[in-house]
Ligand binder design. Sequence first.
Ligand SMILES: [Zn+2]
Ligand SMILES: [Zn+2]
Ligand SMILES: [Zn+2]
Length: 429
Amino acid sequence: MKFAADLHLHSRFSRATSRDMTFDVLAWWAKAKGLRLLAAADFTHPEWFFLTKEKLEPAGNGFFRLRHPQPPAEAGLRAIPFRPDDVHFILSSELSFIYSKKGKVRKIHLLLLLPDLESVEKVNHRLVGIGNLRSDGRPILGLDTKLFVRMVADLCPRAVVIPSHIWTPWFSLFGANSGFDAIEECFEEMTPFIFALETGLSSDPPMNGRLSALDRYALVSNSDAHSPSRVGREANVFEAEFTFKALVEAIRSRDPARFLYTVEFFPEEGKYHFDGHRKCGVLLSPKESVARGDLCPVCGKRLTIGVLHRVEELADRDEAPSGLRVPHRNLIPLNEVIGQACGRSAESQGVWDLYFKFIQEFGPEHKILTEVPVAELARLQPEAVARGIDRMRKGLVRIVPGHDGEYGLIHLFDGQDGPEAGAGQLSLF
Ligand SMILES: [Zn+2]
Ligand SMILES: [Zn+2]
Ligand SMILES: [Zn+2]
């Protein structure tokens, strides 16, 4: 079966998340987006894990489904038909590790996938003595990640540990401020247990392909969503049996017949692609900041070093070798395309109304962005939406890169091909 999966997001019990992060709302959004599998998130949090067991039931494939789906309040979502097996959940949680190793403070996020509730109980039971699981859906543990991996491997050999958003500056495996330069420095003898890495929004597979050290790892992409409408903004598409076991094997294999492709942002859109200082209004490419000794030309302090810079630092080749095993597609969320086509905020009500019209007419967002012919999309007004999607598919996108925690700015329509231009413009491309 072909299915799209988003393996990393957060419940309303994680810091800075939407109150709407509930199982019903998430399930309906997953359906709207075209996701078949979604992270159940935050299973280390006692209250959220209680809700997980109450709201979800085992589906018999290592995944879970809603026991009694409750249509959400939002009218656009409610209108989408939903059956309990339309969307399954996978037990997946992120943990934050802050510890000192070789004289340096390390801050690293790891994603943990588990096959059953018993494994969650076992892991949680161990973690209770190590950190405060109640304080945050993504708890902070003062534990060396290597010891954590060993503990998990002992408790549950089928568990999967995936380093999260491996390039973000503050909380990641390769983070410029508190990470490592090599995977082995971090996990030592437990390194073989790790077989997949999450690229994060600010990097994509070609950037990661510049490190030969990553060649043996599967690269996965997930939304890390903090609000429901953002699930699936990055995701993984598989052709495999719909079970925990087959999913894990498909990732591990990196076989393009089973792991079809990843859905990626244009990496420039991520919050840490370039270097800079948001407050100083400074945005620099890695080359420019190197020329300035990584110091801010406005305040003189050290710049926030972005993902591209860090990749440059660790890369041992200029370009990823051709024929990366799992292909990828750079997509822009549909509400953003509509927002640009209408000259309105991507989060405005009018844009969301139009968004659900497109979903009603053509099916899930993922299908609209990747499959539905442009000529067909042009049936719905404003026709600039179809043109925007066409431009996105062709990579005709101008992006002011994200930096220092600020998302990049996408310009889908530049110059003559503005949203107000006529349909005839299409032929120019
Ligand atoms: Zn994280
Ligand atoms: Zn996260
Ligand atoms: Zn500055």
